[in-house]
Design a protein around this ligand. Structure first.
Ligand SMILES: [Zn+2]
Length: 166
């Protein structure tokens, strides 16, 4: 088994759409950044990469590289997932916490979970999406995301199945 942890933050900015967990949310401001600023997908990507001791998201997809300007963060997540699979691992579950003053994530949590599950090719009930408002930490103009992931070896499971079927 492998555990991975990721963290990210982006500042709210006018004139860009708000994207969280691959889902566009109707809000007066979006998240700034070199890519689409998807704070949740970035945290999950880093958690996956960290679990397999791969280089982090900023190293693989440098913010100074024009290729990633305005990029769909699903691309970063797909690369991390590919590396996880190549390492002979699969996702057991993911948990995450978003910290932002607005908008309320509750009404969108179901859609976000479904989309992240689709991107990671796992069941939605393996993904935790939680949100809190920042209390007393002075980050009202930012969205923060923490994510943790547990990976299981696919090889080990095959071996276990073989033992059971004997
Ligand atoms: Zn980011």
């Amino acid at each position: 088994m492998r555990i991975g942890y990721g963290w990210d933050s982006h500042e709210f900015r006018s004139g860009v759409p708000l994207k969280i967990g691959g889902v566009e949310i109707d809000h007066p401001q979006g998240l700034g950044g070199h890519s689409d600023g998807d704070v949740l997908l970035h945290a999950i990507t880093d958690a996956l990469l960290g679990a397999i001791a791969a280089p982090d998201i900023g190293t693989l997809f440098s913010p100074s590289d024009p290729r990633w300007k305005g990029a769909d963060s699903a691309v970063f997540l797909a690369e991390a997932l590919k590396r996880v699979k190549t390492a002979g691992l699969q996702i057991e579950n993911i948990d995450s916490t978003l910290i932002l003053a607005a908008p309320k994530i509750g009404p969108h949590a179901h859609r976000i979970r479904e989309r992240v599950a689709e991107l990671l090719q796992i069941e939605p009930d393996r993904i935790g999406i939680k949100a809190k408002t920042p209390e007393g930490i002075g980050t009202e103009n930012a969205a923060i995301s923490h994510a943790i992931v547990l990976l299981q070896s696919t090889r080990k499971q095959t071996r276990l199945l073989k033992v059971r079927s004997r």
